[in-house]
Design a protein around this ligand. Structure first.
Ligand code: GTP
Length: 298
């Protein structure tokens, strides 16, 4: 018996930080370019997103203009910060006043501590594309991470560098939703069994609409996970391109002498990626295995 759960996610940060952009990119068919046309959010925009069937994300995108922020932190405190499962705080790394940014963050956490003390906090250091050098990117995120760990006391936040222009946004959001999906251990166990029984090297589940990585299993523990987030981003952009030419993305199949790879619709709410490197395993067999596994995950 599955029970659907509703979880409240609040996205907070100053005006122009990129909150609405990321929401539209992940949960709608917006491209990074489209976000340039977005206007400032008026007050709070609520949206309800179904994720993996049983999970309903109740997303509160809080407009970051001064007049609204004052209101959230005063008259609306309980309404905004009550019953929060996840707070996502977006820092614009181009901010000209870091201190006032941190003060706002502190104010939010103070309210969260009162109204939702068990909430999980994620901090996104956003617009990382503005820093070209990889080393500098790493240093910037690290300096935020240190500063935020010090001032976040009871909420030890996870800190990610993100940009709407690459896979990093998918990495952060995959981690966020991973923690929210009910029965994740069961899904992971089934996926791992499926990988072993079908002699696959890597198996990944993507949520069907967002293409966020839900979970994965790999024979090699050191597999670079970022490649799955690149796939999320790539498929999402490809799917958008298909819409423009009135075609539809269906599936991907690549077979050569080194490996075979399938990306296929799997259950009502997922796509599956299966990679096999064992030359003894025929691609047709892998395909048949995917078909056979489908009812176990539905
Ligand atoms: P409010 O609704 O006023 O609170 O602002 P917001 O935080 O929702 O900002 P919004 O998403 O409207 O984005 C503001 C601008 O930032 C838009 O022009 C986006 O295209 C741009 N932007 C968003 N994310 C990124 C990013 O990762 N990199 C860069 N370079 N620009 C971004």
């Amino acid at each position: 018996l599955s029970i659907s759960t509703k979880k409240k996610l609040v996205i907070m940060g100053r005006s122009g930080a990129g909150k609405t952009s990321m929401r539209w990119l992940i949960f709608s068919n917006y491209t990074a370019n489209d976000t340039r046309r977005l206007g400032a959010t008026i007050d709070v925009e609520h949206s309800m997103v179904n994720f993996m069937g049983d999970l309903n994300l109740n997303i509160w995108d809080c407009g970051g203009q001064h007049k609204y922020l004052d209101n959230y932190l005063n008259e609306q405190r309980e309404n905004i910060f009550g019953n929060v499962e996840v707070l996502i705080y977006v820092f614009d790394l181009e901010t000209t006043n870091k201190e006032s940014e941190y003060q706002l963050y502190d104010d939010c956490l103070r309210n969260l501590a009162v109204f939702s003390p068990t909430a999980k906090v994620y901090c996104l250091v956003h617009k990382m594309d503005k820093i070209p050098e990889p080393e500098q990117k790493e240093l910037t995120v690290e300096s935020y991470r240190r500063a935020l760990a010090k001032r976040s006391e009871m909420f030890q936040p996870d800190v990610f560098g993100t940009s709407i222009w690459d896979h990093t946004l998918y990495r952060a959001w995959s981690r966020i939703v991973y923690k929210l999906v009910p029965n994740m251990e069961i899904i992971e166990r089934h996926l791992s069994n499926f990988r072993r029984l079908s002699d696959a090297t890597e198996v990944v589940l993507f949520e069907r609409e967002t293409f966020l990585v839900v979970c994965y299993t790999a024979a090699d523990a050191d597999v670079p996970l970022d490649k799955y987030m690149h796939i999320s981003q790539g498929i999402k952009s490809y799917r958008n391109a298909c819409v423009h030419v009135q075609s539809r993305f269906q599936s991907v199949e690549v077979s050569n002498k080194f490996y075979s790879m399938f990306i296929e619709p799997f259950t009502k709410s997922t796509y599956i990626l299966v990679i096999t490197t064992d030359p003894e395993v025929e691609p047709a067999v892998t395909k048949a295995n995917i078909t056979a596994a489908r009812p176990h995950f539905s």
